[in-house]
Design a protein around this ligand. Structure first.
Ligand code: TYM
Length: 360
């Protein structure tokens, strides 16, 4: 049998890129998978874009949440600090409400099936697909040639993280959408090349809600990020009440009062962002926030937002500190989670080995 045709087009919702037919649907159970890198202090964007959703989903669907330490080492990490950073993310998961008796919480590197499937996927994914990844361009900047190869193939490992558990839903912030499209491409191409329709699901990114894209407090056109040199651009989960209030007071805004309509809000990125943060923290839509604060100036809105942020984040950072005071308990949770995750990943790897034709 000749090699199948391999178009380079990214996956479209309506058709399987390999067959131009509607994708054969996946018949397995629903599962949630997601992860966060242990590469710096967590901020409000990570919390609202990811952690809050993890905690909600664990009550609805079988949920696997890992600490992405293998992704973290695509850029230099101090070996003396990495395990501690991994525990910190685990503490943040627990503080955000993840319950180890409901969700499986584990370090990515403890489940070698991610790396094994990642290799197969490197042979499925096309260079042209990776060339389009905007996050690599952002992260490698002017130093593309000096970036690690791992930084380039990073989204392929991400596809393995997700598909090794045959996950159907992936709660992430907006910035991960392109990586999820690539995951769908890889799943569709694997299913097609090995003639196994529906073997891997084509997982959906869950990015709904106002928390999916939290912007910098200093610049409404840049996303809130761990790597922004200005600490005032973000609210860290470990910030105390005074620091949170001060950062919100200093947040860049325009001199106009808050508008009454979403249409007017769109043209004002900084105001739009603060309204979105309020909405995400209070579990309200932006329209509901405007119904309450439209027409009021930032002199009134910022203190209300600061109070809300302190009330919501204070207990999270307190809980994080409590968990971190007992690293042995965190290690116990991560160890038990890793065992469960290995057991869940093993059948997929077994089948993949058979499908690919490896000696067994
Ligand atoms: P990471 O560690 O950069 O970010 C963790 C999560 O936080 C979200 N996020 C945001 N959400 C809203 N507003 C922001 N400003 C903001 N900044 C970050 C991210 O979208 C993410 O959901 N590649 C992933 C880690 C990963 C992963 C996976 C995720 C590895 N394998 C498999 C899902 C499934 C990353 O670097 O996230």
């Amino acid at each position: 049998m000749g090699a199948p045709a391999r178009p380079n087009d990214l996956y479209s919702e309506k058709t399987d890129p390999m067959t131009d037919q509607p994708p054969v649907s996946y018949a397995g159970p629903q599962r949630v998978v997601s992860g966060v890198q242990p590469s710096g202090a967590l901020h409000l964007g990570n919390y609202l874009g990811a952690l809050v959703k993890f905690a909600r989903l664990q009550h609805q669907i079988d949920t696997f949440i890992f600490v992405a330490d293998m992704h973290a080492v695509t850029v230099w990490q101090d070996p003396a600090l990495l395990a501690g950073q991994t525990r910190e993310i685990a503490a943040a998961y627990l503080a955000a409400g993840l319950d180890p008796s409901k969700a499986t919480i584990f370090p990515q590197s403890a489940v070698t099936a991610h790396a094994e499937l990642g290799w197969i996927f490197q042979c499925v994914a096309r260079l042209g697909w990776l060339d389009r990844m905007t996050q690599f361009k952002e992260k490698s900047g002017k130093h593309k040639e000096r970036s690690s190869v791992g930084l380039y193939t990073y989204p392929v490992l991400q596809a393995a993280d997700i598909l090794v558990y045959k996950a159907t839903q992936v709660p992430v912030g907006d910035d991960q959408k392109q990586h999820l499209e690539l995951t769908r491409d890889i799943a569709a191409k694997f299913n097609h090349d090995f003639d196994r329709p529906g073997f891997f699901p084509l997982p959906e990114a869950m990015t709904e809600g106002p928390g999916a894209r939290i912007m910098s407090l200093r610049d409404g056109s840049a996303k809130m990020s761990k790597s922004d040199p200005s600490d005032n651009s973000r609210i860290n989960l470990t910030d105390d009440a005074d620091t949170i209030a001060q950062k919100i007071r200093k947040a860049r805004t325009d001199p106009e009062p808050l508008p009454e309509t979403l249409e007017e809000l769109k043209a004002r990125p900084e105001a739009d962002n603060l309204v979105g943060v309020y909405g995400a923290l209070a579990d309200m839509t932006k329209a509901q926030v405007l119904a309450e604060f439209g027409g009021q100036g930032f002199g009134a809105f910022k203190p209300a937002l600061a109070d809300l942020a302190v009330a919501k984040l204070g207990p999270v950072s307190d809980a994080m500190r409590r968990y971190l005071a007992d690293p042995a308990e965190i290690d116990r949770i991560l160890g038990a989670g890793a065992e469960r995750a290995r057991a869940a990943a093993a059948p997929t790897l077994d089948e993949v080995r058979k499908i690919v034709g490896f000696w067994r």
